[in-house]
Design a protein around this ligand. Sequence first.
Ligand SMILES: CC(C)(COP(=O)(O)OP(=O)(O)OC[C@H]1O[C@@H](n2cnc3c(N)ncnc32)[C@H](O)[C@@H]1OP(=O)(O)O)[C@@H](O)C(=O)NCCC(=O)NCCS
Length: 187
Amino acid sequence: MIRTPRLRLVPLPAADHLRLARGLRPRSVAAPADFPGGADPVPGWLHERHGIRASRDPAAARWLLRAILLRDGTMAGHIGFHDVPDPRIPAFADATFEGDVPQVGGPAAELGYTVFPPHRRRGYATEAASALVAWALGDEHLAGVVATTAEGNEASRRVLTSAGLEVIGRCRDQDGEKELVWWRPGA
Ligand SMILES: CC(C)(COP(=O)(O)OP(=O)(O)OC[C@H]1O[C@@H](n2cnc3c(N)ncnc32)[C@H](O)[C@@H]1OP(=O)(O)O)[C@@H](O)C(=O)NCCC(=O)NCCS
C-alpha cells in the first residue's frame, strides 16, 4: 500500500478487477453506491486484462489499478498503470506518434487515473499521481513512466506536470482525437 498525507493507494485483488470489467463495484473497498455511474473511463477490456494478470500473478497487482481511498476508507477514484512494466510502449509505437522517442533501455509503465466527480478539485489526483510515480521510479529496473492525455484536459495536464512528467510528443487516440504524450525517465 502507498500512503500520502491524505490518501491510501490500495492494489485491488483479481476478483475486483474482473468485477470492474463487468461494470460492478469492487468488493474489497468502500466504492460509491453508484459506481461506476459513468465515472469510470477505463474500458472493460483493460479491467479484464488486469484481472487476468492479477489472478496469474498476485504480485503484479501493485502495478495495476489501485483504489484511491480517503482517510475514512471512501473510494475517491482509482490510479495505476495500464500494465506491468514493458519495454514495448504502445504510445511510442503508435503510427500517429509525432515527437522525439526517448532512448528507452528497459521496461516502462503507462499511468492512468480517475477521481470521481464529487471528490475533484481537492488535489487528490495530484497527490496520488505524484506518490505513485515516485513509488514506480523507486524501482531501479524501470526506464520511465509514460502517460497520454487529451490536449484539452487541463486538469490532467497539471496533474502530470506536478508528477514530474513532460510532453515529448503527440499522437491520436482510437477516435482520432489529439493526445499529448508525456514521459518521465527513471534515475
Ligand atoms: C483529471 C482528474 C483526475 C483530476 O482530478 P482532481 O483530483 O480534480 O485533480 P486535482 O485536484 O489534483 O487538480 C489538479 C490541477 O488541475 C486543476 N483543475 C482541476 N480540475 C480542473 C478543471 N476542470 N479545469 C481546469 N483545471 C482544473 C486544479 O486546480 C489543479 O491545478 P494546480 O496544479 O495548478 O493546483 C479528474 O478531473 C478526472 O478524473 N477526470 C476524468 C478522467 C481523466 O481525465 N483522467 C486522466 C486521463 S490521463
